[in-house]
Design a protein. Structure first.
Length: 169
């Protein structure tokens, strides 16, 4: 019978946050499409370019936004941190599934980061820095957009401290 985790941490897919990120990250694409439309409008005349360019621009924008939304939604559902009595298990992946197991003795730091948008939505990024972590690469574990990040951080710290105290005995 599989053991249940003491704590399961999953990211939250916030539609408003994703919408703001989409606009910020893809603003150059939107500006380019609008610029193309305006230049085409002035070069070829209003009636020849207006409808085809507008339709093309809308299809690209809606397709890009829908793809971004769906990929993120599926990715968020598959991402989790499970805290067991002797290990932490990290699950991730959309196209390539990843499963990483970290023992508590290898965790050096538990770090919380909050960007401006994450702070507004009471979210944050939880990172477990391991002994092998060099700051670059995938030796640590990072979970973005965790809701109620401060409560989760305290729970994770408490679990790590309990495990450390049990190992010291």
């Amino acid at each position: 019978m599989p053991t249940l985790p003491m704590l399961k941490v999953t990211p939250t897919f916030n539609v408003r946050l994703m919408g703001i990120r989409l606009l910020l990250r893809q603003s150059m694409l939107l500006i380019s499409l609008v610029g193309f439309f305006v230049v085409s409008l002035f070069n070829a005349g209003f009636r020849q370019v207006y409808i085809p360019s507008l339709v093309c621009m809308l299809v690209v924008i809606v397709g890009w936004a829908a793809g971004y939304y769906l990929i993120n939604q599926v990715t968020y559902r598959r991402r989790a941190l499970h805290f067991y009595g002797n290990k932490v298990e990290f699950l991730d992946g959309f196209f390539n599934k990843q499963r990483k197991v970290v023992s508590y003795k290898n965790i050096r730091e538990v770090v919380v980061e909050q960007g401006f948008l994450q702070e507004k939505f009471n979210m944050g990024t939880l990172s477990l820095i391991t002994a092998a972590h060099s700051g670059v690469g995938s030796s640590g574990v990072k979970l973005t957009d965790v809701e109620n990040i401060n409560e989760i951080y305290e729970q994770v710290r408490r679990i790590c401290a309990e495990v450390e105290a049990n190992e010291a005995e």
